[in-house]
Design a protein around this ligand. Structure first.
Ligand code: S3P
Length: 436
């Protein structure tokens, strides 16, 4: 993977976006495929993976744990797994910017008889880890953190106990960490997810031979070994969201995004766009390695504000920065309820988007559990900050398509975490995006 984003980028208003745009592989699914393949016995193949900073960091950590990962510059990844027997790594595992990498790996390696320290960059070091360490401790793991944040040190434990656990926060990372830990427990692990967070781990585990029952809010995983398999990763719905949002900001735009993940636990943003008046169509729905996938056709239409209820947030969580930009430009107010989890992402996304949009002439009103976006805004360009956050960087860059003057995003290199080809794809669609 070669980092391709400049440290600052400028996006200017221009003509409509058109064409068929390739979207990179799904980040969540790539992390999971790499980890399960590294735990499994035999050689797995992963096609269509996301080649980006976050997923490369996970692959490097798995190599340090003893897996062989052959990841060519383009094409299929080959993973030779360790049949459940990872080794204690020689040094600290550096998960970079990736909360998914850190939380899922901590669960996967607890109870495997090895010790390891997981660390990351300054942004990851600010993110809460008690949400996984508390239930993992209840399973019998010994973990240490620095005031609840990384680094996390996992002490060697040979066996964990299965527990029954109801998620107190809407987090697929917590659910997945416990499911992966449950593979090495001495009995079944039961998890209740009342929030219906993304279910990629549940869909993928049985493909690697795991005994997992249930779907939706109640899951039971039994301990057991994994067997190698081949996984094809769909295009990332969250990255597709930025291209769709770009098209919706420029009248006359019309784009096609092929092979996008259409998993209903991830498509809340697109449903909201429909309610805002966008023209969206999922075509040719099919199954790819147990995940629904479709070609997404997007046509610009004038948008109106929308009300996002708290129960809709988990299916929309990573796309809320893009939604805020669309809402700022839409006619009428948008209200987002119960999105406090946004404060615990790669940045405090509520604060980062509030600051960025304020520079661009839209004032977000943030109260205890509600964000109000007045609409009718995006009245001026300016220089905004990515706040060490790939999704904030991309969301604010989109604003430049609608503001009268260009928008410059400082810290655009963070986009490499999930979408290294962002600039290239935007330019391919006709956008004027330059290094600043
Ligand atoms: C992810 C889960 C979500 C999401 C993140 C990826 C995953 O985080 O925001 O980008 O792959 O499980 P939380 O589990 O913290 O909500």
């Amino acid at each position: 993977m070669k980092p391709s984003m400049a440290a600052a980028i400028t996006v200017s208003r221009g003509g409509p976006l058109t064409g068929t745009l390739a979207v990179p592989g799904d980040k969540s699914i790539t992390h999971r495929a790499l980890m399960l393949a590294a735990l499994a016995r035999g050689e797995s193949h992963i096609r269509g993976a996301l080649d980006a900073g976050d997923t490369r960091a996970t692959a490097a950590a798995l190599v340090a744990l003893g897996a062989k990962v052959d990841w060519p510059a383009s094409g299929t990844i080959q993973v030779q797994g360790c049949g459940g027997r990872w080794r204690s790594p020689a040094g600290t595992l550096d998960l970079g910017n990736s909360g998914t990498g850190m939380r899922l790996l901590a669960g996967a390696l607890a109870g495997r008889g090895i010790s390891a320290t997981l660390d990351g960059d300054a942004s990851l070091r600010r993110r809460p880890m008690e949400r996984i360490t508390a239930p993992l401790r209840a399973m019998g793991a010994t973990l240490q953190t620095r005031n609840g944040c990384p680094p996390i040190t996992v002490a060697a434990a040979d066996r964990l106990h299965g527990i029954a656990y109801r998620l107190p926060v809407a987090s697929a990372q917590v659910k997945s960490a416990l499911l992966l830990a449950g593979l090495a427990a001495d009995g079944p692990t039961r998890i209740v997810d009342p929030f219906h967070t993304r279910d990629h781990t549940e869909r993928m585990l049985p493909r690697f031979g795991a005994a997992l029952r249930g779907r939706g809010d109640a899951l039971i995983v039994r301990p057991g070994a994994l067997e190698c398999t081949d996984i094809t990763v769909p295009a990332d719905a969250s990255s597709a969201a930025f291209l769709a949002a770009a098209a919706l900001l420029v009248p006359g735009s019309r784009i096609l995004l092929p092979g996008v993940g259409a998993n209903p636990t991830r498509t809340g943003f697109f449903d909201l766009l429909g309610r805002m008046g966008a023209s969206l169509e999922w075509r040719n729905l099919r199954d790819v390695s147990g995940e629904p996938v479709a070609d997404l056709h997007v046509e610009a239409r004038p948008l109106t504000g929308v009300r996002v209820e708290a129960r809709e947030v988990p299916r929309t969580i990573d796309e809320l920065p893009a939604l805020m930009v669309l809402a700022a430009g839409a006619a009428g107010e948008t209200v987002i309820e119960g999105a406090d989890e946004l404060r615990h992402k790669e940045s405090d996304r509520i604060e980062a988007m509030r600051a960025g949009l304020e520079t661009l002439g839209t004032e977000l009103r943030v109260s205890a559990n509600r964000i109000r976006i007045p609409g009718g805004g995006l009245g001026r360009g300016g220089r905004v900050e990515a706040a060490c956050d790939h999704r904030v960087a991309m969301a604010l860059a989109l604003a430049g398509l609608a503001t009268p003057e260009p928008v410059t995003v400082a810290g655009a290199e963070w986009i490499d975490a999930s979408f290294p080809d962002f600039a290239e794809r935007m330019r391919a669609a006709g956008v004027t995006l330059e290094a600043a």
